[in-house]
Design a protein around this ligand. Sequence first.
Ligand SMILES: C[S@@+](CC[C@H](N)C(=O)[O-])C[C@H]1O[C@@H](n2cnc3c(N)ncnc32)[C@H](O)[C@@H]1O
Length: 196
Amino acid sequence: MKFTDSPVVELQSSPNFRALAPPLPTTTGTNNPYSELLDFHSLRLRAIELGTGCGASGMPFILLGLHDIILTDISPVMPALKRNKPVLGKNLKNSVLYWNKEDQIRAANPPFDLVIAADVVYIEESVGHLVGAMEALVADDEAVLLGYQLRSPEADKLFWEMCENVFVIDKVPNQDLHPDYAYETDVYVFRKKNSD
Ligand SMILES: C[S@@+](CC[C@H](N)C(=O)[O-])C[C@H]1O[C@@H](n2cnc3c(N)ncnc32)[C@H](O)[C@@H]1O
């Protein structure tokens, strides 16, 4: 099957679009440990998403106030992403970025304050490039926000081994996630080791 024959998820504009947002930690509550990370309104953050697909994981961040974000993926995915861009009625930035292409990573103009990735760990051969891209793109004292589901035991093993060498890994407790998503997906915050 060619990629173009694959089913394409089309997003629709809706007052409930926010419900499509990834399972972010809630920012309500005064002692919330994620309030700074997710404060997209008072901090002007530059962000990039890796493997954005049709945009369902990255585009809701714009609704949360994160306006300076580049959605990236491989070339064959761009038509599906571009088709969904008008849903938000915004001039979204998108870019072709293969995790193994250093020139594309450089052209994105790192470092970023936030690197977002959701459901991107499923091919063992690409795990090293993914971790390398995350490391190259995120600023030393900033964060990678990862939505994670186990897809491939081999890719999973390699991914966590590599990440432990590069990042300090913080798993968001399930009880801090939105209850509708808390047991489908895990959320992790990575920060580079030696960034202090
Ligand atoms: C399972 S989809 C997840 C899409 C989206 N993040 C979501 O959660 O709906 C994984 C995405 O990673 C992208 N991807 C896989 N390998 C890649 C690579 N080597 N470089 C860039 N993107 C890649 C795929 O094209 C695909 O869009």
